[in-house]
Design a protein around this ligand. Structure first.
Ligand SMILES: [Zn+2]
Length: 212
């Protein structure tokens, strides 16, 4: 699999390529200029945040964890629960949205825990965790275009990472097929093809990309 700097480069490079493409598509669809700028900005920002901060490698890579600073601990349960290099971290569509939902849930939990601890020590704080959650959900519901744009950016940011892992894994397979003489190892390599990409699509797959 590509290392973290390679994934970072791919995230930023694809976002630079996406920016004019998305804007042109929106303008071709006769979306007014100001809306096209906003939607493009949200998608590209979400794409970068997804790739650089909400990376699929949060299931393992400490370099990504370090970017969260003092909030690093919120990803520990994710790392413990999500199988390493599996659909639930590296799949194409659901996992980036799952990470966003997980982050949102952890923020609510953090506010709730702060309220409880403050109460135990005799400093009752106003209970804001419910209104915080409701306000955020209401905001997303009343801004559907921004919500969809954000979700799209999160999906593309995660997909660039997962596809890069897939290409490297597939490249290794291709090398074996092309350069390993016909025989046992080549047959094994060919057999592994149908399952080698299943972790991108199948939540129940036990197959994961190769490690380098
Ligand atoms: Zn990865």
């Amino acid at each position: 699999m590509p290392n973290t700097p390679t994934h970072d480069f791919l995230t930023i490079a694809t976002s630079l390529l996406m920016t004019p493409s998305i804007y042109s598509i929106l303008r071709t669809a006769e979306i007014v200029q100001s809306s096209a700028v906003i939607v493009t900005t949200v998608i590209v920002l979400a794409h970068n945040i997804s790739g650089l901060l909400f990376s699929p490698d949060l299931d393992l890579d400490s370099r990504i964890h370090k970017r969260w600073g003092i909030l690093l601990f919120i990803w520990k349960p994710y790392k413990w629960c999500i199988p390493h290099r599996h659909f639930w971290s590296h799949g194409l569509i659901l996992p980036p949205i799952l990470r966003l939902g997980y982050f949102f849930g952890m923020m609510i939990l953090l506010i709730f825990a702060t309220e409880v601890i403050a109460r135990i020590f005799g400093f009752p704080l106003p209970e804001i965790h419910q209104s915080f959650a409701k306000n955020i959900i209401d905001w997303f519901v009343t801004h559907p275009i921004i919500t969809i744009s954000m979700a799209l950016g999160f999906i593309t940011g995660g997909a660039v990472h997962s596809i890069a892992d897939w290409v490297v894994t597939g490249g290794k397979y291709l090398w074996r097929v092309l350069f390993v003489p016909p025989g046992q190892s080549a047959r094994v390599a060919r057999k592994s093809v149908p399952s080698s990409i299943m972790w991108l699509f199948n939540p129940f797959s036990h197959v994961h990309p190769d490690h380098f």
